[in-house]
Design a protein around this ligand. Sequence first.
Ligand SMILES: Nc1ncnc2c1ncn2[C@@H]1O[C@H](COP(=O)(O)OP(=O)(O)O)[C@@H](O)[C@H]1O
Ligand SMILES: [Mg+2]
Length: 267
Amino acid sequence: MTNELSKGSRERRIKDKDLFETVEEVFDTKTVMTIYELMKRRVLRRVNGVISAGKEARIYLAYSFNKDPLAVKIYLTSTAEFRKGVVKYIAGDPRFNGVNIGGIRRLIYLWAKKEFRNLKRMYEVGVRVPKPIAVLNNVLVMEFIGEEGLRYPLLKEVWKELSREELLKVYELLIEEIKKIYCLAKLVHADLSEFNVMVKPGGVPVIIDVSQSVSIDHPYAEEFLVRDIRNIYDFFYSEVGLEVADFKDILKEVRSCRGVKEDLSQE
Ligand SMILES: Nc1ncnc2c1ncn2[C@@H]1O[C@H](COP(=O)(O)OP(=O)(O)O)[C@@H](O)[C@H]1O
Ligand SMILES: [Mg+2]
């Protein structure tokens, strides 16, 4: 690893050194070892600055050996609060039946794996999400949504700069994405809002942050679906002031695929 880091210009070396000092300060040894292991497996070549520092996870910009930008989501070994918050989404999901959720570290690993699986399932049916690349312990690697090292903005951050036509396009595409998630991936996002949608130039939404997404068989799936649609509806109707379909009609439209899976999957 030292070899890898000592390549390149002096300036770059200093940057990397700074980064690794930061990483080592912020993360426990196991997390640092996980990042090293991903480098050894040639998933990551280098890790740059932090993109976002949330309560439960940090996102870093990184680069692959092909120099493609990547987003690395690192779950922090967290508090009892985290445990309380996440258990609801795992317990009850048939995919996690019989899985021992054990101690906090195990739970976080499971949570990262769950986000990876959800991303994969959505990506495979054509939902606009970052392409999942790898997951190891509490570290998830995915496609970077942005250009030249700068992430694209969140819907929350950018909507005021968009034209009515672009906003309408984002809205319509988002409803399509919700339908694909529900009807094709058979999942419910469960934390959908203007804070978890990035917007590519031209008004193309990309859905992120899918760790809490649940199977449609989860006992709270319908409740989460209603909440997701409610958030999107409220945002476009009340905050943006866009004339959108009635909340109940959107919900009905999304749900209309239940039982007609075959027809939809051929679209
Ligand atoms: N694949 C990605 N590419 C670029 N930026 C990302 C990517 N995923 C997340 N981000 C940025 O990091 C922030 C936090 O990511 P998110 O998955 O929503 O985690 P959380 O909200 O749990 O902290 C996002 O709001 C977004 O700005
Ligand atoms: Mg988020």
